[in-house]
Design a protein around this ligand. Structure first.
Ligand SMILES: O=c1ccn([C@@H]2O[C@@H]3COP(=O)(O)O[C@H]3[C@H]2O)c(=O)[nH]1
Ligand SMILES: [Zn+2]
Ligand SMILES: [Zn+2]
Length: 245
């Protein structure tokens, strides 16, 4: 069965013309929110949606453009929608997400004292596939992003690689395509400058043509339009558009 992936935002962390690089992955009536950044509530609103439409959330790593909307999500689920959705997150990140990111805003004595008071927490081990709905099988692939910080890419249904945030790792991409049948790559793309914590367009342009042809670019800066036609066959993802996966 084909899935639908809709980018609710395609922007880099500090982009102003685009929302944070977060996505909705749909399997029939089941909707997974991939990352929940600061702009996620407004991005959903602009698409005529809200957190009410979300059945589960998955976090790739702890940066505000990926987790900054979780406080609103947690409060809305507890006090407005009165349900606990599943929170899929690497087992290495559960404690740090609560203790270092969410506790300050969400803690309420006797009401909200841990992540489990808000979410059905589903810790994921890396490099292991999980069936999270009837038709979504998902694996966390550890990547390199920030020194000393655990962060993860996603491999979905043995065909889609979703980088989230990572530095260039052509060996990983080639391994997925040549050995695991990957057919579609959604990759973060820093348009200019050295890629200290992200992958640059220049680096992506160096990939083999076969891989470039299946690569879709996301997490880009406000000046994306200046680079249209300069991507060596790779396609910029469009915010709000629904992609069949
Ligand atoms: O060594 C560093 C660490 C961070 N940053 C910026 O902070 C942002 C955090 O979210 P992000 O991971 O989407 O993008 C990151 C970059 O824009 C950087 O430029 N250099
Ligand atoms: Zn980011
Ligand atoms: Zn990041």
């Amino acid at each position: 069965m084909n899935l639908e992936l809709q980018m609710i935002g395609t922007g880099s962390a500090f982009a102003k013309n685009y929302f944070n690089n977060n996505a909705l992955l749909r399997d029939g009536a089941f909707t997974l929110l991939i990352d929940c950044g600061v702009t996620a509530p407004l991005a959903l609103h602009r698409l005529g949606k809200s957190f009410e439409d979300v059945d589960a959330v998955l976090i790739t790593h702890i940066h505000a453009d990926h987790v900054g909307g979780l406080e609103e999500l947690g409060f809305k689920m507890k006090f407005t929608y009165k349900r606990k959705i599943k929170l899929y997150i690497a087992e290495t990140l559960t404690e740090i997400l609560w203790e270092h990111t969410l506790k300050g805003g969400l803690y309420q004595e006797g009401e909200i004292t841990c992540l489990e008071d808000l979410f059905e927490v589903c810790p994921l081990a890396p490099n292991k596939p999980y069936d999270i709905s009837d038709h979504i099988r998902l694996e966390l692939i550890p990547n390199r992003h920030i020194p000393g910080k655990n962060s993860y890419s996603l491999y979905i249904n043995e065909k889609l690689f979703y980088s989230s945030d990572m530095v260039f790792d052509p060996e990983l991409l080639e391994r997925l395509v040549e050995q695991r049948g990957c057919r579609m790559i959604m990759h973060d793309c820093q348009l200019e400058g050295p890629g200290n914590v992200h992958t640059t367009l220049t680096e992506l342009r160096s990939l083999p043509e076969r891989i470039r042809g299946m690569t879709y670019l996301m997490h880009y800066g406000d000046n994306k339009d200046d680079f249209v036609g300069k991507t060596a066959g790779m396609t910029f993802m469009e915010q709000g558009r629904i992609y069949t996966v």
